[in-house]
Design a binder for this molecule. Structure first.
Ligand SMILES: [Ca+2]
Length: 317
């Protein structure tokens, strides 16, 4: 009897512990960040994207991809969010595709969370001495003995530090992993970057089989992200080339739900709130509507007066 009782209480404790662990995990909630997500057809009716801007050699096929570089030499293209990422904690999941017809290929593409946006340069098509976080999908091994390529690497820039292409950024590596098979994979290739301020930064990759996420790196000492930072992508080809495609971007705001079941508090405190293009546009639209309204009223009044005058005249004659 005593035995059964202690077994039961041990079981109960185990259940409790498991429940607490589960609750920790379950406490992380997410809200889609429409401002930083992008999917087909990518463009609005005016052939612009409301939330993303692109340039360089980037081309868009609305039913397929955003191609940062095509499989030709000396290309460089970029895609950047128009508004900064203001969420304190976030997750970005991106489907991409690196492919080409050549035996030798390069150079790779980058994801950015940086103060700068759309500045062309030598680091996978973007400016060097950046401030913020860069994740590089390096497909061409310039010089890094003993390392299997493609190599995925994070670099934290302070605005001074330079990326050394000749050594594939070895000296400025924050974290990284080899990902053989990420190019021409048999499944859709994806990466998922999760950032929790002061808690962790984690990069996972999907390229081996669908639904299987391989941990590239995880650190509980995440870098500080600049107050105002844009989410972007860029790619570059040199003598060797490849298609570097972004298929979709899914961004989420992460937050801890209150354990009491109270109101949730999605963090958005890092930067100042920035008015979206839509908000700017809606004010213009508001004044346009007021103007149109008075124009119609005014026009109607003038028309009516003229009609009355006419009528009076016709009555007179
Ligand atoms: Ca390289």
């Amino acid at each position: 009897m005593l035995n059964l009782k202690s077994t039961l209480s041990a079981l109960w404790l185990a259940t409790l512990a498991w429940g607490t662990a589960r609750a920790e995990e379950d406490n992380v909630k997410s809200i889609p960040l429409r401002t930083h997500s992008l999917s087909q057809p990518y463009l609005d009716s005016d052939m612009q994207s409301r939330w993303y801007d692109f340039g360089g050699d980037t081309i868009i096929r609305t039913d397929q991809y955003i191609r940062l570089t095509s499989d030709y030499p000396s290309q460089s293209g970029w895609l950047f969010s128009r508004v900064p990422l203001t969420a304190t904690n976030w997750e970005v999941e991106v489907e991409f595709k690196i492919h080409g017809k050549n035996q030798l290929y390069g150079d790779g593409f980058a994801m950015w969370i940086t103060k700068e946006r759309g500045k062309i340069g030598p680091v996978f098509g973007s400016a060097d001495r950046f401030e913020g976080l860069g994740i590089f999908f390096d497909t061409y091994k310039n010089n890094r003995p003993g390392v299997v390529f493609p190599y995925v690497m994070a670099m934290v820039g302070d605005g001074q530090k330079s990326y050394d292409k000749d050594t594939d950024g070895k000296n400025s590596e924050f974290a990284g992993c080899s990902a053989r098979g990420i190019r021409h994979a048999s499944v859709p290739t994806k990466f998922r970057l999760t950032y929790f301020q002061d808690k962790y930064l984690k990069l996972e990759l999907q390229y081996k089989s669908e639904g299987e996420w391989t941990l590239c790196f995880e650190t509980n000492q995440p870098p500080a992200i600049p107050q105002v930072a844009y989410l972007g992508f860029s790619a570059e080809t040199g003598e060797l080339s490849d298609n570097h495609d972004i298929i979709s971007i899914e961004a989420k705001n992460l937050y801890h739900a209150q354990p009491t079941g109270g109101k949730s508090t999605p963090g958005s405190g890092r930067g100042k709130k920035v008015a979206s293009p839509k908000e700017g546009g809606s004010w213009t639209w508001f004044f346009t509507k007021i103007f149109l309204f008075f124009l119609v009223i005014g026009g109607g009044y003038v028309g009516y007066t003229a009609w009355r005058a006419n009528n009076k005249r016709s009555h007179r004659f």
